[in-house]
Design a protein around this ligand. Structure first.
Ligand code: FAD
Ligand code: DHB
Length: 390
């Protein structure tokens, strides 16, 4: 088989790029290791920057988001028993975010790909990348016991943190930067009405908590837990009790609880791999970088990568101009490091680190007090939260 671009990974990054390229007349094949049901069973991000929203519209996959997604003009930070509000629209020149789940985004992208008869190969095992530094790279994979080959011009590694693409770059070329945090997030999805109209990020002596939502009948909550905790250790009752202890009294009293539909623990990590190109291979999304989830940036960073990469690939195929493709890694990384900084800062602002000294705790409190005493500090947070320009 032959195609112009092989995309490894059928998560949001890979699907979005495949859809945008196809609409520009560029041919792609997506190779996904899992089944579609498996990919759609993952509960992940929930907050979309306006840049992501625009891309989804350009991809022709936004009808359901435009109908069911919830535009949020602000969010709350709970600390010292009270709720303060960040006015996104007021502080970030009218810009807002869209609350609409990654699961829904992925489903909408699969439907858009199906409608265009886009090629997505599921259950592609042992994907391997070959001859990346030549003009004739190719990809092999196994399906139903047979090894198959796709010849191509470019390969996009959109296969997440544990994928094969980043690992195909020689270690003397790739630099990796990493910070691992000493806690995780326990997440619960439940068919209950959300705690408030807007998200609540809570800093508490017992640890961080977050009240989010997917729609008016579906809530998503997270609490900071030690890395040694296992999901089996947390009954629904224990989860709700701990969540309530970390929220202001009036919010806790009004909290609607119910059975969990999904419950999982995610570790927190900051990670960047540089450069994001090796010959014919381009990395995008979680394959190249991870942020701790506190600033809601993971999925949104994947989208800005796709924006730059789409620019580069479409200029190459439609205009014979490689300027944007050659500067892809540099342009993407400039924005990535700023989102890494913001996510690291917001994680530090709101979490209880196990080794915090009394001085660290007072500094953290001062960081919050400064935030809510300064319009400039709120504007800075808001500007980052709605998403830095592409
Ligand atoms: P992925 O979504 O990881 O997609 C990669 C795809 O590649 C997967 O479908 C995978 O099956 C496939 N794949 C992997 N290896 C191979 C291979 N060898 N061959 C073929 N296919 C392969 N972000 C937030 O903003 N908020 C959150 O609450 C949040 N929670 C998260 C929870 C978890 C457990 C994880 C892992 C991430 C979370 N994120 C969150 C981050 C966000 O979900 C990611 O940034 C986003 O999914 C990145 O999209 P992606 O397409 O780059 O990667
Ligand atoms: C959600 C996840 C986040 O990491 C975040 O900052 C906000 C919302 C969510 O899953 O809804």
């Amino acid at each position: 088989q032959t195609t112009q671009v092989v995309i490894v990974g059928g998560g949001p990054s890979g699907l979005l790029l495949s859809q945008l390229l196809h609409r520009a007349g560029i041919d792609t094949i997506v190779l996904e290791r899992q089944t579609r049901d498996y990919v759609l069973g993952r509960i992940r991000a929930g907050v979309l920057e306006h840049g992501f929203v625009d891309l989804l519209r350009r991809a022709g996959a936004s009808a359901r988001m435009d109908r069911d997604g919830m535009v949020h003009h602000g969010f709350h930070i709970a600390h010292q028993g009270r709720l303060d509000r960040i006015d996104l629209a007021g502080s970030a020149k009218g810009q807002t975010v869209m609350v609409y789940g990654q699961t829904e985004v992925t489903r909408d992208l699969y439907e858009a790909r199906d409608a265009m008869r886009g090629q997505i190969i599921h259950e592609a095992a042992n994907v391997a990348l070959h001859d990346l530094t030549t003009v004739r790279p190719y990809v092999t994979y196994e399906q139903q016991g047979e090894t198959r080959r796709i010849d191509t011009k470019f390969i996009v590694g959109a296969d997440g943190f544990h994928g094969v693409s980043r690992k195909s770059i020689p270690s003397d070329v790739l630099r990796e930067y990493e910070k691992v945090y000493p806690f995780g997030w326990l997440g619960v999805l439940s068919q209950t009405s959300p705690a408030a109209d807007e998200l609540i990020y809570a800093r508490h002596d017992r640890g961080f908590a977050l009240c989010s939502m997917r729609n008016p009948q579906l809530s998503r909550y997270y609490i900071q837990v030690p890395l040694t905790d296992r999901v089996e250790d947390w009954s629904d009752a224990a989860f709700w009790e701990e969540l309530k202890r970390r929220l202001p009294d009036d919010v806790a009293r009004g909290l609607q609880t119910g059975p969990s539909i999904e419950k999982s623990i995610a570790p927190l990590r900051s990670f960047v791999a540089e450069p994001m190109r090796y010959g014919a291979l381009f990395l995008a999304g979680d394959a190249a970088h991870i942020v701790p989830p506190t600033g809601a940036k993971g999925l949104n960073l994947a989208a800005s990568d796709i924006h730059y990469l789409y620019d580069g690939l479409s200029d190459h195929f439609l205009r014979g101009d490689d300027t944007a493709l050659d500067s892809y890694s540099e342009r993407a990384l400039a924005r990535i490091w700023k989102a890494e900084r913001f996510s690291w800062w917001m994680t530090n602002l709101l979490h209880r680190f196990p080794d915090m000294s009394p001085a660290d705790l007072r500094l953290q409190q001062a960081d919050l007090d400064y935030l809510f005493s300064s319009d400039a500090a709120q504007a800075s947070l808001a500007e980052n939260y709605v998403g830095l320009p592409y």
